[in-house]
Design a protein around this ligand. Structure first.
Ligand SMILES: O=C(O)/C=C/c1cccc(O)c1
Length: 547
């Protein structure tokens, strides 16, 4: 007879890559009992994803990672070269949005190590490595997962929810019967990562030569990456040989300068599930969608999933929201993930034209379009990047009348604490729902019973006061650069911001009680009937008070 260990948890995360780790960090921050498993004993040391944008960095901030938790290299621009028409494109990525650089490169093992270090600090998160999910069954009130470790020992994990962050070959995806529709490119690519490059480039360049398309980019501490498209007849063995790698890199590096960290032949895919969830089982990251790398959005999309999903699971588990809100994860995330895949495919068309004729036509057209000042601004200033703004989902539709966009993130700026220290404004918002007052203390706008209920749930009340105005009291932060007030909202405005920083509803501050009512109703008003009162005990607040 075998001994079967039984464990229970609120959420089981399958897959301890960067997306699974980010989900665990966020669930841990929200105080949710979480188990994360991975079949590998140790973290992968392969540098795969290489780029993060400001949105991804904001999510990592939310997950509790500081700016110095892993090395990043800010990228000022992305250039596109054609052998026939010269430079035909340039995307300006210098500067910051929402308090973070628009584009950085990094080494994936550094990021994963930072996330794992953070996970290790979280009291409610338990990590089981060397453990593989062998069977997953959804029951009426939870999910039962059979897990086997390296010694063949079995464990049964019962969880209220399961997140499949188990990558492109996801086992979980198969369990919920999801097809991975889309396309696999016909071409293979050789990816080469070099270390200690003597004079690395400072930007990303795409050499869009139909004979050998070659994206080329720097990464922190002297790393560089090249991606070489294989020609017909070239094989993996041929391309991964020392001699061929040295020959391909000769335009950039002398043989004595070569320090190759990784060489690997890959095939790119553009695939997306038709649903990111079924019942209590939810997919995130590459398990739900994969993209060719040409706009550097693969991991970013997975981190967006983590941010969108984690607080919803937390709210449901805590009994603060009805389980039905989980459908909004798919509604909000899938269209954007698909749009990013579409952009990457478009970019792929420019990077790897099929022939010289096609290259001249496509690159010539792009060059021509850049001759029109308005189009040039649009193309060069990231205008083609799909905005992360929901058409449908868990927010009150319509405009509040201010500049805030419901269903999109509130801008992030820098605010001054009562101590005089400057922090990014999301730190003031904390880790739960927040009623924000712009130039007005929002607590004073609520009737006492509603204010008590709001605070009893641990939801925040934050006052961003206009720079230079009298600015004192708990929960009050001086908006030093005006990003929030007056740029995002006028004085006398209020908004309810979700834990993922998405504006749920906004309006004049004197309607704050209506805004709170609207928010609670959207969550499936659990004021009199908590969704799962017994689970309320699972939750705690892992936050540090700032003001
Ligand atoms: O790996 C690639 O091919 C492309 C990466 C990348 C990263 C950031 C921005 C881009 O436009 C491309």
């Amino acid at each position: 007879m075998t001994n079967l260990t039984e464990i229970e948890t609120a959420v089981l995360v399958v897959g301890y890559g960067p997306v699974g780790a980010a989900v665990a960090c966020l669930l841990g921050r929200y105080g949710i009992e979480t188990i994360i498993i991975d079949k590998a004993e140790a973290m992968s040391l392969q540098p795969r994803a290489i780029a993060l944008d400001n949105e991804a960095l904001r999510i990592l901030q939310m997950a509790g990672l500081s700016d110095d938790s892993f090395p990043r290299l800010a990228i000022p621009y992305v250039k596109m070269h054609s052998p026939f028409v010269g430079q035909f494109g340039q995307v300006n990525t210098a500067g910051a949005i929402d308090g973070h650089p628009k584009l950085v490169t990094f080494a994936q093992p550094d990021l994963e190590a930072a996330l794992r270090k953070r996970v290790d600090t979280l009291a409610t998160v338990r990590v089981l490595t060397g453990c593989e999910a062998t069977a997953i069954t959804e029951t009426e009130d939870g999910v039962v997962t059979m897990v086997r470790d390296g010694q063949g020992r079995a464990t049964r994990i019962r969880s209220a929810y399961l997140v499949g962050a188990d990558g492109a070959t996801s086992f979980v995806r198969g369990v919920i019967g999801q097809n991975f529709t889309g396309q696999t490119y016909a071409e293979d690519w050789l990816i080469v990562d070099a270390l200690d490059v003597p004079s690395p480039i400072d930007h990303i360049e795409f050499i869009c030569d139909p004979r050998r398309p070659t994206p080329h980019m720097p990464a922190p501490v002297g790393r560089e990456r090249w991606e070489f498209m294989l020609r017909p007849g070239e094989t993996r063995e041929m391309m991964e040989s020392d001699a061929r790698v040295a020959e391909l890199l000769r335009p950039w590096l002398r043989p004595d300068e070569l320090k190759i960290e990784r060489r690997a032949v890959y095939r790119f895919h553009a695939r997306c599930c038709e649903a990111f969830a079924r019942g209590r089982i939810v997919l995130a990251g590459d398990a739900a969608h994969i993209t060719p790398p040409f706009v550097g959005q693969g991991l970013v999309a997975g981190l967006r999933d983590a941010a969108n999903l984690s607080w919803k699971l937390a709210a449901i588990v805590k009994g603060e929201a009805l389980p039905q809100i989980l459908t909004s994860y798919d509604t909000e995330r899938r269209p954007h993930a698909r749009a990013m895949i579409g952009l990457a495919k478009f970019m792929g068309g420019l990077v790897m034209p099929r022939s010289a004729l096609q290259a001249i036509a496509a690159h010539g057209l792009m060059r021509g379009l850049r001759g029109v000042p308005m189009l040039r601004r649009f193309l060069d200033e990231l205008g083609v990047k799909p905005q992360n703004r929901f058409r449908d989902g868990l927010f009150v539709k319509g405009r509040g009348g201010g500049l805030l966009v419901r269903g999109a993130q509130i801008p992030q700026g820098w605010v001054r604490l009562q101590t005089g220290a400057l922090v990014r404004s999301d730190e003031a918002l904390g880790s739960s729902f927040c009623l924000v007052g712009f130039g007005v203390d929002p607590g004073t706008m609520l009737p006492p019973d509603l204010r008590r209920l709001w605070s009893a749930r641990g939801y925040g009340l934050v006052h961003f006061c206009h720079a230079g105005r009298p600015c004192a009291g708990p929960g009050t932060f001086e908006d030093v650069d005006g990003t929030l007030t007056p740029k995002a909202a006028p004085i006398g405005w209020a908004a309810i911001v979700r834990p993922d920083r998405v504006v749920l509803v906004d309006g004049p501050a004197n309607t704050a009680a209506e805004l709170v009512d609207a928010a609670l109703n959207l969550l499936g008003d659990t004021r009199t009937h908590p969704a799962r009162p017994e689970d309320a005990a699972v939750s705690g607040r892992g936050d540090v008070a700032l003001a």
